[in-house]
Design a protein around this ligand. Structure first.
Ligand SMILES: [Zn+2]
Length: 107
C-alpha cells in the first residue's frame, strides 16, 4: 500500500468506524478506501461513475470478494446502495464511508 490518507470517523455509528482513503483516485479514476471496525479492516476499490439522476455515483468493490455495489451519494433522497444492509435499513457502511470522505473534501 502507498501512503495512508487521513482517517475519518463515522460518528453516526455506535461503534466507531474508521474510514481511510488509501489511494486517491488516479488518472484511471480508481481509488481505494478502507473501513475499520472492531479492529477488522476491509478494503474497497472504488470508481466514480457518471450519475444523471442526482448525487454522485460510485462503483464499490470489496477486495477479496466478488460483491460489487453501485453506491449513490448526495442529498438524503439521492442516496442508495445495492447491498442488503441498505435494502433492509436504508443506510450502510458503503454509503456512509463515501459520504464521510466527501464531507471531508477527500473526494
Ligand atoms: Zn452498501
Amino acid at each position: 500500500m502507498s501512503k495512508v490518507g487521513p482517517v475519518v470517523s463515522d460518528a453516526a455509528e455506535s461503534v466507531p468506524r474508521l474510514i481511510r482513503l488509501i489511494r486517491q483516485p488516479g488518472p484511471d479514476g480508481v481509488g481505494v478506501f478502507s473501513i475499520t471496525k472492531d479492529r477488522r479492516t476491509q478494503f474497497y476499490v472504488f470508481k466514480e461513475i457518471p450519475c444523471a439522476i442526482g448525487g454522485r455515483g460510485f462503483a464499490v468493490h470489496r477486495l477479496g470478494l466478488a460483491s460489487l455495489y453501485h453506491v449513490r451519494v448526495g442529498m438524503p433522497r439521492e442516496c442508495s446502495c445495492e447491498c442488503l444492509g441498505f435494502l433492509a435499513h436504508g443506510r450502510c457502511k458503503h454509503l456512509q464511508g463515501l459520504a464521510a470522505l466527501i464531507g471531508h473534501d477527500l473526494l
